[in-house]
Design a protein around this ligand. Structure first.
Ligand code: NAD
Length: 543
C-alpha cells in the first residue's frame, strides 16, 4: 500500500453551461443529436468482462417521437441475474482491497470525462431517451452527476479520517470496511445522475454492484457504462443487467450474500422490495442495508405577504420543468385569497408562452412524458378532474399521444383540499391549487402537514419572518428538503443534500456523507502496547 495521507482535490460544483446561440456547447450537443439520429444502437448487458447479447432485442424509442428508434437493448433473464451476482462477488476482494485513492481516481476521472469529452453525448442521450430539454439534461446528466462523483470522493476522505481517541498505552482505530457481499442498485427513469450515483456511491466505498436500471433509462445508462470503462473501472465492479424487476428481485433477495439495496423509485415498489427482504431475512449473512428515496407530493404554501410574481414563477418552474417528472416537483399549492387573482393572471399568461414539443427543438420548455403507462396514468387524473364537481381545470387539460407522449401543463383549481390530485403522486405536468382565506394561515399549515403520506420537498413564500418561522416549525416533518422563498426543486450536491422522510424514503441524503456511511461497516480496532500479565485487580486486596 502506498504511504501518505492523500487529499482529494477540493470539489466545486460543475458550472452549468448555458447553450446560448452560437456557443460551442450548443454546437457540440447538436452534433451529438445528429449522430444519434443517424444510427440505431445495439446495447448489450455488461456482466463481469463480458458484453452479453441475448438476442431478445427490445426497441428503445424517443418519448417525444414514437417513430424515432434509438436502438435496441438485449433483455436478460434469471440466469443473467445469477451471472451478475457471481461477477460482483468475484470482483469483490480485489476491489475492496484496492487503495481508496485508486478507487477515487477512477471516479474523479469519470467526472472529468463527463465534464469534457462525454458531456455532449450523455446530454444528447438523456434528451432523446428521457425527453429532457438541453437545460434539464445539463443540470442532471452532466452537472449533478459530475458533482456526485467529485463530492462523494471528498466525503469518503472525510469519513476515513474520522478516528477515535486513545487512552495512554493503547491505540484505537476505525477501519471503514465495505459491506460483505454485493449491493443491488435499482434505479429510476427520471434522472441519469441518480441512476449513476446509486451504483457509484457504494462502489466508491469498496462495494461491487448489480445494477438494474428502468428500461426507459437504458439509452443513457449505456453511455455511463462507457464512461466507467474509459475511466478504468475494473470488470465486475458494476454489472449492468436489463431484467424485469420481479425476476431480478426473486433471485437477489434470496441470495445469502445480498448486502444492501440502493433504490430510487416509487413508494409502492420500495415497500414491496423491503417486504421481500424482510421475508428472506434468515437467509442473509448480514442485515442488509436498505436505502430508498421514493415518491413525493411536494407543496408550495404562500403567506399573504408573499410576492405574487415570485410565487407564480416558482409554480411554473417547480411544477412543469421536466414535465413534472421530478420527485421534488411542486404538485399541490396553497394560496391566500388576497394573492390569488394576481398569481392566476401571471400563471395563465406565462403558460400561454410556454412551448411544448421535441427537446431537439431548443425553444421548447416542455417535452414529452416518459412512456405509455405514465401518459395513461396522468391523463386519467386529468379526465377525472374534468368530470369532477370538486375540481376545475383552469389551464391545459389537453393531451395527445399520437406521435409522442405530450401532456399540456395543466393547472387544476379545487375547493376540496383533500381532492385526489392534492394527495396522490401523479408524476406529470399537473399542479393543483387550493385557495385559502388569508387569515387561515396556521390552519392551512396543519392541513399541508396532514394531507399526504409523503414528506419530500416543500416551500414557503412570505415576507413576514414570523410566518416563515411558524411554517418552518409546523412543517418540520412535512419535507426532508424545505425551501424558503424558492421553488421546491433543483437541489444541488454539496449545497442541499437531498432526501425525504415519511413515505418518501429513508432520508439518507444522496450526495452526502450520510449516504456513504450506509455502504460501510466499521471495524473498531484496539491495540494495547503492554498487555496485562496478572488477572487480579487492586480491589481484591483486603488491606
Ligand atoms: P418505479 O418505482 O416504477 O421504478 C423504479 C425501479 O424499480 C425501476 O428500475 C423498475 O424497473 C424497478 N422495479 C419496479 N418494480 C420492481 C420489482 N417488483 N422488483 C424490483 N425492481 C422493480 O419508478 P420510476 O417510474 O422509474 O420513477 C419514478 C418514481 O421515482 C416516482 O415515484 C418518483 O417520486 C421517484 N423518485 C424519487 C426520488 C427521490 O429522491 N425521492 C428521485 C427520483 C425519483
Amino acid at each position: 500500500m502506498p504511504q501518505g495521507n492523500f487529499k482529494i482535490p477540493a470539489p466545486k460544483n460543475e458550472p452549468v453551461l448555458n447553450y446560448a446561440p452560437g456557443s460551442s456547447e450548443k454546437y457540440a450537443v447538436k452534433e451529438a443529436l445528429k449522430i444519434a439520429r443517424s444510427q440505431e444502437i445495439d446495447v448489450p448487458m455488461y456482466i463481469g468482462s463480458k458484453e452479453v447479447r441475448t438476442g431478445r432485442r427490445i426497441k428503445m424509442t424517443a418519448p417525444h417521437d414514437h417513430q424515432f428508434i434509438l436502438g435496441y437493448f438485449h433483455e436478460g433473464d434469471a440466469s443473467h441475474v445469477e451471472e451478475a451476482i457471481d461477477a460482483a462477488l468475484a470482483a469483490k476482494n480485489d476491489w475492496a482491497n484496492l487503495g481508496w485513492e485508486q478507487r477515487a481516481a477512477i471516479f474523479l476521472k469519470a467526472a472529468d470525462l463527463l465534464a469534457g469529452p462525454f458531456r455532449a453525448k450523455i446530454n444528447a442521450a438523456t434528451m432523446l431517451g428521457q425527453s429532457k430539454n438541453i437545460y434539464q439534461a445539463e443540470i442532471d446528466a452532466a452537472c449533478e452527476y459530475i458533482d456526485f462523483l467529485r463530492f462523494n470522493a471528498a466525503y469518503m476522505e472525510e469519513i476515513y479520517s474520522q478516528q477515535p481517541s486513545s487512552a495512554p498505552g493503547i491505540w484505537n482505530r476505525i477501519e471503514y470496511r465495505s459491506l460483505e457481499g454485493f449491493v443491488f442498485a435499482v434505479t429510476p427513469f427520471n434522472f441519469t445522475s441518480i441512476a449513476g450515483n446509486l451504483c457509484t456511491a457504494p462502489a466508491l466505498m469498496g462495494n461491487t454492484i448489480v445494477w438494474k436500471p428502468a428500461y426507459t433509462q437504458i439509452y443513457s445508462a449505456q453511455v455511463l457504462m462507457q464512461v466507467f470503462k474509459e475511466a478504468g473501472l475494473p470488470a465486475g465492479v458494476i454489472n449492468l443487467i436489463y431484467v424485469d424487476g420481479p425476476v431480478a428481485g426473486e433471485i437477489i433477495f434470496k441470495h445469502p450474500d445480498f448486502a444492501g439495496l440502493h433504490f430510487t423509485g416509487s413508494t409502492g415498489v420500495f415497500k414491496q422490495l423491503w417486504k421481500s427482504i424482510g421475508q428472506n431475512i434468515d437467509r442473509y449473512k448480514s442485515y442488509p442495508r436498505i436505502v430508498g428515496e421514493t415518491g413525493g407530493k411536494d407543496f408550495i404554501v404562500a403567506h399573504h405577504t408573499a410576492s405574487a410574481p415570485e410565487v407564480a414563477t416558482a409554480i411554473l418552474r417547480g411544477a412543469f420543468e421536466y414535465q413534472g417528472q421530478k420527485c421534488s416537483a411542486a404538485s399541490r399549492v396553497y394560496l391566500p385569497d388576497n394573492l390569488w387573482p394576481s398569481i392566476k393572471k401571471k400563471l395563465l399568461r406565462d403558460l400561454d408562452s410556454m412551448k411544448m414539443g421535441s427537446p431537439e427543438d431548443f425553444t421548447n420548455f416542455v417535452n414529452a412524458v416518459i412512456d405509455q403507462r405514465s401518459f395513461a396514468k396522468i391523463t386519467a387524473y386529468i379526465d377525472r378532474a374534468a368530470a369532477s364537481t370538486d375540481a376545475e381545470i383552469i389551464a391545459g387539460g389537453n393531451y395527445d399521444g399520437s406521435s409522442g407522449y405530450f401532456v399540456a401543463p395543466t393547472v387544476i383549481l379545487t375547493r376540496n383540499p383533500k381532492y385526489a390530485t392534492m394527495c396522490e403522486e401523479i408524476f406529470g405536468p399537473v399542479v393543483t391549487i387550493y385557495v385559502y382565506p388569508q387569515d387561515d394561515f396556521e390552519a392551512t399549515l396543519l392541513m399541508v402537514d396532514q394531507t399526504s403520506p409523503y414528506a419530500l420537498t416543500g416551500a414557503i413564500f412570505s415576507k413576514d419572518r414570523y410566518a416563515i418561522d411558524r411554517a418552518s416549525e409546523l412543517l418540520k416533518h412535512a419535507a426532508g428538503n424545505f425551501y424558503i422563498n424558492d421553488k421546491p426543486t433543483g437541489a444541488v450536491v454539496g449545497q442541499q443534500p437531498f432526501g425525504g422522510a415519511r413515505g418518501s424514503g429513508t432520508n439518507d441524503k444522496a450526495g452526502a456523507q450520510m449516504n456513504l456511511l450506509r455502504w460501510v461497516s466499521a471495524r473498531t480496532i484496539k491495540e494495547t502496547f503492554i498487555p496485562a500479565t496478572e488477572y487480579g485487580y487492586p480491589f481484591l486486596e483486603e488491606e
